[in-house]
Design a protein around this ligand. Structure first.
Ligand code: UD1
Length: 342
């Protein structure tokens, strides 16, 4: 019998890698995506990796009648809810777009879960809910949340709260918030990866785009932070490792009768911006054009995961390194030229 898992935003960056991981582990993903922020090339890539075209339903996750029909058509083992806007800067300019899409999508999914008695949900949250951690920079799930500095961050903050409140009112559900740190890299095959729209905001695609000549040079945002080399520190997690964490989450939830958990998904190790640049240069042999610029408003100085809970509860830990991530990100960037030429 097929074990169907609904993957909203399944054609996106983390979603598409999770689709691969689900199939590798015996599940049948049902992708729900309206391709607003995803590229159709992903379907070709997924088809090549999987050896057959995955199930794709082209729909807005906020579409109430449409999503209801999907729940009528499939009996889902679980749901992984990725579909959301994710550009921090854009969310400051267009907060209502973010609150509407990110929160209504989640509410629509939860309502249908209750109506159709689907128990298991994994929600894409973010380490942004910790804000700037006071004191220790290695955060556990018990580290107090702080207000994030963008509407995007607030949609994750409130999303977690919506899930917790829904669990309190429906204690037979199995709900999990995964707090991702910084996803990087791409699938080894270079058949799927991230498609940044316009100028990338995130560090890794900016590095690879600079190396390939799409961007003039990388600006390192600030060199006067109180860190080892003055640049910010983050926990960069390979997207393939991150994807597998979702499969482990679905496996965990399947055996539960009422469960609510929040789990960090990171490597447990922080790297500075300069360390990432240096890893990129040494692993790929590319000389990167970069210079220091001003601090970017809203950036936290340093944060990395305490990943013990993921290991204990999900039996998951990151296997791939920064080296793997920079090589895979670079191979993907080179492959993107071919996709753009199509
Ligand atoms: C941001 C969000 C996070 C979100 C993630 C999505 C905040 C505070 N953070 O993470 O919630 O989940 O994006 O991917 O809202 N950098 C440069 N030059 C650049 C780009 C980045 O120096 O051109 C530096 C940044 O200052 C930062 C690091 O690289 O220190 C990582 O930045 P980025 O990739 O944008 O991720 P975050 O800001 O950590």
């Amino acid at each position: 019998m097929e074990k169907y898992v609904l993957v909203t935003g399944g054609a996106g960056y983390i979603g598409s890698h999770t689709v691969v991981s689900l199939v590798e582990n015996g599940y049948t993903p049902v992708i729900l995506d309206d391709f607003r922020n995803a590229n159709r090339v992903v379907i070709d890539g997924l088809t090549k990796i999987l050896g057959k075209k995955p199930i794709i339903i082209e729909l807005d996750v906020c579409d109430q009648n449409g999503v209801k029909e999907i729940f009528e058509s499939y009996k889902f083992e679980g749901i992984i809810h990725f579909a959301a806007y994710k550009a921090v800067g854009e969310s400051v300019d267009e907060p209502l777009k973010y609150y509407q899409n990110n929160l209504m999508g989640l509410i629509n999914i939860l309502s249908n879960m209750i109506e159709f008695n689907v128990k298991n949900l994994v929600f894409s949250s973010s380490c942004t809910v910790y804000g700037e951690p006071k004191g220790i920079k290695e955060v556990t799930e018990e580290t107090p949340k702080n207000f994030p500095n963008s509407p995007y961050g607030f949609t994750k903050w409130i999303g977690e709260q919506i899930i917790e409140d829904t669990f309190k009112a429906n204690p037979s559900l199995n709900l999990m918030n995964l707090r991702y740190f910084n996803p990087v890299g791409a699938h080894k095959s270079s058949l799927i990866g991230e498609f940044p729209i316009g100028k990338p905001n995130n560090l890794m695609p900016y590095i690879t785009q600079t190396a390939i000549g799409k961007q003039e040079e990388l600006i390192v945002f600030g060199n006067d932070y109180p860190t080892i080399d003055g640049t910010c520190i983050r926990d960069y997690i390979h997207v393939v490792d991150l994807a597998y964490a979702h499969v482990k989450a679905i496996v965990f939830l399947a055996g539960k009768f009422g469960s609510f958990e929040t789990i960090n998904i990171g490597t447990g190790k922080g790297s500075s911006v300069l360390e990432i640049i240096s890893a990129f240069e040494s692993e790929t042999g590319q000389k990167l054009k970069w210079k220091y610029g001003k601090r970017r408003s809203g950036d936290v100085t340093e944060i990395f995961a305490n990943a013990t809970k993921a290991k204990n509860i999900l039996e998951w830990e990151a296997k791939l390194s920064i080296k793997d991530a920079v090589i895979d990100a670079w191979n993907w960037e080179k492959k993107l030229i071919e996709h753009n030429e199509k």
